[in-house]
Design a protein around this ligand. Structure first.
Ligand code: PMP
Length: 432
């Protein structure tokens, strides 16, 4: 398609024809017409470093994925009721990445669907409606996944509008929450106490839902032992543990393929999407045979395009590319290098208060001063805008919008890390 001549006119048409959605547009967003590896190209042929795009997990326009998808489309794409090899192979490959016992795969089309289905499975299995979720998290837009999302960045009214069966524990943020540093272990004690309190109140927890690494807070690890302790309390009370791995799972963390491995804990139900489809609509729920069987009280599961032949080929090819190109290893190495360089930058510029995360899920956090840790919200927006002008695409995240959402395609090179640091250094040196 030919590139539109006028970016402003295209934006006005977009605003007229598309319903209002949450947007993180820059002041004058460029019209993006193509991508390649960790680069984006706009209609004026300007190239940007993409430090943001976790969905394009294996890199933009990956030739192997393009070929595989085209070949499958030429043969057949149809609904998942038919019998074909790709769906079987993909389910087997996916289950093989998970601990023993998590071997029943449901294929869906998005993260919201995956979280929704995971919670429905938990409710069906325990015959309990009550869900305990972590505050400040985002889990999706469908009825159930939205009900458990309390990130005020996504919905300023979230906390007042939850259904009565949704309960939250405090975000276990060891950096700016109630318990800091070595005190952070107490978040788990509070969460366990909440599990007990809910049982005594006659609303025992059916499902405990948490991201295994706190995505909305910029890839912040949970305190050591947190998931182990809360999972144990939930299970002891007859509930099940659900891990939302939509953002943090699938190799991005470098050292671990799944976020819950960082916590040395094993959930009962895993929800995943985003990276597994590299931009194609693909999500999955993986659980045990016992829990999967509980779905039958809800009827039969069916999703027309979930696990279609093309979706299954996408899923298989993404796993092949992650393996063959060593992308998880790359996330570990380049991510550690970049974290080190960002930390050094923080020693020179006090506004860069700390750097959260692992691998290619990093959250440099900006603060007005390091005594009060007051979030530097407006400054972060301006830093993102200046970085964009310098050719780096990145946006803010977190309930205070003061953390950079660094989660690039996993082919991001060491040279790109240097380029990112050079641009950020220039912004910090010259003001924002
Ligand atoms: N869970 C988490 C942790 C997410 O970040 C998101 C999307 N931002 C979702 C679920 C929902 O995924 P989707 O947008 O694919 O529906």
């Amino acid at each position: 398609a030919s590139a539109p001549a006028d970016a402003g006119e295209l934006l006005r048409r977009r605003e007229r024809s598309l319903a209002e959605v949450q947007e993180h547009y820059f002041a004058d967003p460029p019209v993006i017409v193509r991508g390649w590896r960790e680069y984006l190209v706009d209609a004026d042929a300007r190239v940007y470093l993409d430090a943001l795009n976790n969905v394009s997990s294996i890199g933009h326009a990956h030739p192997r994925l393009v070929e595989a998808v085209a070949a499958q489309w030429r043969l057949i794409n149809t609904n998942s009721r038919f019998h074909y090899p790709q769906i079987v192979e993909f389910a087997e490959r996916l289950a093989a990445t998970l601990p023993d016992g998590l071997d029943q795969v449901f294929l869906v089309n998005s993260g919201s669907e995956a979280v929704d289905l995971a919670l429905r499975l938990a409710q069906a299995h325990t015959s309990r409606p009550d869900i305990l979720a972590v505050a400040e998290a985002y889990h999706g837009w469908t009825y159930l996944s939205d009900a458990v999302s309390t990130s005020v960045a996504d919905n300023p009214h979230a906390l007042e509008t939850r259904p009565a069966w949704v309960h939250t524990v405090e975000a276990p943020n060891p950096f700016r929450g109630r318990y800091r540093g070595s005190e952070a272990a107490r978040y788990a004690d509070d969460a366990v106490a909440e599990v007990h309190r809910l049982a005594e109140a006659g609303t025992p927890v059916g499902a405990f839902l948490a991201e295994s690494i706190f995505g909305n807070a910029g890839g912040m690890p949970l305190p050591d032992g947190y998931l182990k302790a809360v999972y144990a309390a939930v299970r002891a009370g007859g509930g099940v543990a659900v891990a939302d791995e939509v953002q943090v799972g699938y190799g991005r963390l470098g050292e671990w393929f799944w976020g819950f491995q960082q916590q040395d804990a094993v959930p009962d139900i895993v929800a995943v999407a985003k990276a597994m489809g590299a931009g194609h609509p693909l999500g999955a729920v993986i659980t045990s045979k016992r829990i999967a069987a509980s779905y039958r009280s809800q009827g039969y599961f069916f999703s027309s395009a979930g696990g279609s032949p093309v979706s299954s080929v996408v899923g298989l090819t993404v796993l092949d590319v992650i393996r063959d190109e060593g992308l998880q290893q790359n996330a570990a190495e380049v991510g550690a290098y970049l974290k080190q360089r960002l930390t050094e930058l923080g020693e020179r510029y006090p506004i860069l208060g700390t750097v959260h995360g692992y691998g290619f899920y990093l959250g440099p956090e900006f603060v007005r001063d390091r005594e009060s840790w007051t979030p530097a919200t407006e400054e972060t927006a301006r830093i993102c805008d200046r970085l964009r002008r310098l050719g780096v695409m990145i946006q803010p995240t977190g309930d205070h919008q003061n953390v950079l959402k660094f989660k690039p395609p996993m082919c991001f090179t060491r040279d790109s890390a240097d380029e990112f640091i050079a641009a950020l250094t220039r912004v910090l040196e010259t003001g924002w």
